[in-house]
Design a protein around this ligand. Structure first.
Ligand code: GLC
Ligand code: CA
Length: 551
């Protein structure tokens, strides 16, 4: 049964929450329409002072490379002062660049250099917790009451537990235990409980919870005033404790933040690490990620190998060989995605598809270059604002078996240094190999230098897909998506964006499907990986091919 689903032009309306916004405030920053983000893990990108750790100067040096690749916006993983027990997601000072990366002046220069190239830049905002070494937490831990006593979530007795939440006792002079948000080093900031049930719990509009919101906004203003264009927001759905199912308490916080942005920084934007656009976008976010979380449709595209045997990732060629019932299937992605897209559009926001991120095994872990190229072609021609993880464009692999670094554990293999050249340390750093943040080139000797200008290389294919996206408005964030062909147990996925028809065949055999009343304006595709033909509504794609036609 063929699925045909047309998404109508969405109306920009902010859900039914308490803080509904008026028409003017709903507008999205226009630059998002054609934005493609490049995620940089700063410690592993480019080291310019030979200490073995990437730095801000290194990012500045590579801006032209990133722009040339076709990415016009950056997301930098946390670059703030930190003891680095969770790679910087344990912030010790929100307003200070970590000395190992440079200074606040360097950050200001990075922002200016981005803008000079017409690029935008996001930092990573960690709103749910700080490092246990943050000044706020040191003050909050003191026995005598002070301005920060209510900044974190404390019980009122040294032996009290926090039902359903991880908590720590015995570490502070204060008579109480405190709640964690992630690792032991990351105490939860206090945004209150949706329905407080104990004396020591604050409500979401209590004085303490509102003071935390004010502190968060103050941090945001600090960087926005420097020219920053917005934030990727860490664990965005985690703020209010014992929240309800649709996270209405946490949404209340973000709508409040969004109001500040709309009023004071209308060109700034936020992307949530939430993974549920139908909650995050009405909750105030401009964008929400599709994440590689258990049960997510996105996971079935690229990394469906943890529980499944064989690997049934849609873009794996071998996943299309199996017997019926044991084959890859685009419907597993589309079912949730189309729903989320509709909801995101209705609330005036975007879904962000990613090639990967610093928490996820690299896309090349098991997939070959052709499989990845087809995945990129689809990720970068679907609606919303896509993100490319540094190194994915050259086909860097997941480094298997790495010892954990800064709380990375199995994520460490995704965080190895960028491979620029075939020279010493792959051009990442001039330091001695044992001084590098992480070993470089583990089991994988690709580099920018080796692929630059080489037809058919991962780098050039990525560049050509991004250039395709930039040259057709129909392939960018806003154009409607119409599913033309997608069926259970079938390999081909064909979809319409405005006046373009895109189609992919990830299987190892040629496939022909009928597209109903659709037909192409001319015969030849305007873009192809592999080959395809489209005549009298019969669409044929060679094995492992992707093509785009004008209608
Ligand atoms: C997010 C980050 C991850 C970090 C965690 C705690 O999931 O992406 O890297 O460890 O939050 O801040
Ligand atoms: Ca350095």
């Amino acid at each position: 049964m063929c699925v045909l689903h047309i998404i109508n032009e969405g109306r920009k309306v902010f859900g039914s929450g308490t803080n509904d916004m008026n028409e003017e405030e709903e507008d999205m920053p226009g630059w998002l329409k054609d934005a493609v983000f490049y995620e940089i893990y700063p410690q592993s990108f480019c080291d310019t002072n030979g200490d073995g750790i990437g730095d801000i100067e290194g990012i500045i040096e590579k801006l032209d490379y990133i722009k040339d690749l076709g990415c016009n916006a950056l997301w930098i993983n946390p670059c703030f002062d930190s003891p680095f027990k969770d790679a910087g997601y344990d912030v010790r000072d929100y307003k200070k660049i970590a000395p190992r990366y440079g200074t606040n002046d360097d950050a200001a220069r990075l922002i200016r250099e981005c803008h000079a190239r017409g690029m935008h830049i996001f930092f990573d905002l960690v709103p749910g917790h700080t490092s246990e070494e943050h000044e706020w937490f040191r003050e909050s831990s003191k026995a005598e009451k002070n301005e920060y006593s209510g900044r974190y979530i404390w019980t009122d007795m040294w032996l009290a537990g926090i039902p359903g939440h991880p908590y720590i006792g015995g570490e502070a002079e204060r008579n109480g235990t405190y709640m964690l948000n992630f690792f032991k080093c990351q105490p939860a900031l206090n945004y209150g409980f949706l329905h407080p049930t104990a004396r020591w719990m604050d409500g979401i509009h209590s004085e303490n919870a509102l003071a935390t919101r004010a502190a968060l906004k103050d941090v945001m203003r600090f960087w926005l005033d420097m020219g920053l264009d917005g934030f990727r927001v860490d664990m965005a759905n985690s703020l209010v404790k014992d929240d309800d199912e649709q996270k209405s308490g946490t949404q209340d916080v973000w709508r409040d933040v969004r109001k500040m942005l709309d009023e004071e920084y209308p060109d700034a934007a936020m992307v949530a690490e939430w993974g549920v656009p139908e909650e995050a976008i009405p909750g105030g976010f401009h964008m929400d990620f599709s994440l590689d979380w258990e049960g997510s449709g996105y996971k079935t595209l690229l990394r469906d190998y943890e529980k499944e045997d064989p690997d049934l990732s849609y873009f794996r060629k071998s996943a299309h060989d199996g017997a019926p019932g044991n084959r890859a299937n685009i419907m597993r992605f589309l079912k949730g995605y189309m729903e989320s897209l509709k909801a995101a559009k209705a609330a005036g926001g975007y879904i962000s598809l990613i090639t990967g991120n610093h928490d996820t095994p690299r896309i090349r872990r098991y997939m070959g270059e052709r499989e990845v190229a087809l995945a990129f072609a689809v990720i970068f021609t679907l609606p919303g604002v896509p993100f490319l993880y540094y190194g994915d464009e050259i086909g860097m692999k997941y480094a298997e078996g790495m010892a954990t670094k800064e709380g990375g554990y199995t994520r460490t293999g995704t965080r190895t240094p960028m491979q620029w050249t075939s020279g010493k340390n792959f051009g990442f750093s001039t330091a001695d190999a044992e001084k590098l943040y992480l070993p470089v080139g583990v089991g994988n000797d690709v580099s920018v230098e080796a692929e630059e200008g080489v037809e058919g290389s991962m780098l050039e294919i990525t560049r050509s897909i991004l250039s395709l996206r930039h040259s057709f408005e129909d392939l960018q964030a806003d154009a409607d998506l119409e599913i033309v062909y997608a069926e259970e147990e079938q390999s081909v996925f064909a979809y319409r964006r405005g006046n373009l028809l895109c189609a992919v065949n990830p299987s190892g055999t040629e496939q022909t499907v009928m597209t109903g009343t659709l037909s192409a304006a001319g015969g030849d595709p305007v873009f192809a990986i592999g080959s395809g033909s489209f005549k009298d509504s019969a669409l044929t794609l060679a094995a492992q091919s992707f093509a785009v036609w004008k209608l």
